[in-house]
Design a protein around this ligand. Structure first.
Ligand code: ACO
Length: 321
């Protein structure tokens, strides 16, 4: 048995913060941000709007696209690093809002790779016959943990959510998933506090994403090259077999490096980061939804998803859409 993507959805909060808006906040320029990152604008959750709010919108759209109702969903997995509260997990909050009772619901915390991790787990549930309709979501409100006075990070991040519905199928579907992590890089990209480490500092000075961007960049390029190679080798496929690359939307130059490795023209890469910046776990499912809804990704196309993020964590998934 295999799993297949039956429907996708995405949601971006209404408020848009452009590079020109950020020019008024820190010492930067629209030109620098576009040249170094490819980002033009990002969406920011309204005060009081939470990760579960964004996830609910994306999930509802994915369920509608898949033609399923709350009663059909028997598994919820949310990739997020910015949950509403420590617990209940965002999956449970979402379950309650959607009026679903009883099915497993949990979050996976793997920073920007969170969606690929969640998708991998959901695929295992579906292919082992334990789920007939899994809701898999990547949702983040990174704006809440971004230091808006630090030009080296604030230009990068934004809020959003993307979702897919996975259902059983006789043929792939999800062809293969590949995950990895190396905690040895924990000091290059992190949020310094949590409930068990200096909880009193969680909302104080320095309680923001900390990143050695340049070093992250180098490891990201190298790691993504090897994870896409791993995905292709595992299936004895040549680069030319891949119809679409749906990368984590962190930096245009990182994406270009991966496309080059795959010998793929940028026309075959789904690029959305100009519109919303790095939305961590939300970026891959949002880009997938964009490519599907605008008609570029068609049923039968071979799609390669990949992501890299804090941890470091990384992952890739080959999908026959
Ligand atoms: N505006 C203007 N100048 C800036 C800005 C800015 N917003 N930010 C940094 N600079 C300056 C620096 O101070 C530095 O100046 P100096 O040369 O005088 O010291 C110069 O620009 C170059 O800085 P670098 O950090 O070397 O710039 P780089 O080309 O590496 O770009 C960036 C920085 C965009 C952060 C890049 O390194 C990057 O994208 N890194 C990877 C991020 C990523 O992929 N993260 C993983 C996922 S995130 C997650 O998991 C939550």
């Amino acid at each position: 048995m295999y799993s297949r993507i039956a429907g996708t959805g995405r949601y971006l909060p209404e408020r848009v913060l452009t590079n020109h808006d950020i020019e008024k906040m820190v010492d930067t320029t629209d030109e620098w941000i576009r040249e170094r990152t490819g980002i033009e604008r990002r969406h920011i959750a309204a005060p009081g709007q939470t990760t579960a709010d964004l996830a609910e919108q994306a999930a509802s759209r994915a369920m509608e696209a898949a033609g399923v109702t709350a009663g059909d969903v028997d598994l919820i997995i949310v990739g997020t690093t910015t949950p509403d509260v420590v617990f209940p997990n965002v999956g449970c909050l979402l379950q309650d809002r959607l009026g679903i009772r009883g099915c497993p619901a949990f979050s996976v915390e793997a920073a920007c790779s969170g969606f690929i991790y969640a998708l991998t787990v959901a695929d295992r549930f579906v292919t082992s016959g334990k789920s007939n309709c899994a809701l898999v979501i990547g949702a983040e409100t990174l704006s809440r943990i971004t230091d808006w006075s630090d030009r080296t990070t604030c230009v990068l991040f934004g809020d959003g959510a993307g979702a897919v519905v996975l259902q059983p199928a006789d043929e792939p579907g999800i062809v293969s998933c590949h995950l990895g992590a190396d905690g040895g890089y924990k000091d290059l990209l992190y949020f310094p506090y949590g409930p068990s480490r200096k909880p009193e500092a969680m909302h104080g000075e320095g309680a923001f994403i900390q990143m050695k961007g340049n070093e992250v960049f180098k490891v990201a390029v190298k790691t993504l090259e090897s994870i896409v190679d791993e995905a292709l080798d595992a299936n004895e496929l040549e680069c030319s077999a891949v119809d679409w690359l749906v990368p984590h939307q962190a930096n245009l130059r990182i994406i270009q490096a991966t496309a080059k490795r795959l010998d793929m023209p940028m026309a075959k890469v789904i690029l959305t980061l100009q519109d919303h910046g790095n939305t961590s776990a939300a970026s891959v499912p949002m880009a997938l939804d964009v490519g599907i809804r605008d008609g570029r990704i068609k049923r039968g196309d071979l799609v390669l998803l990949e992501a890299f993020g804090g941890g470091f964590t990384w992952g890739a998934s080959l999908i026959r859409y």
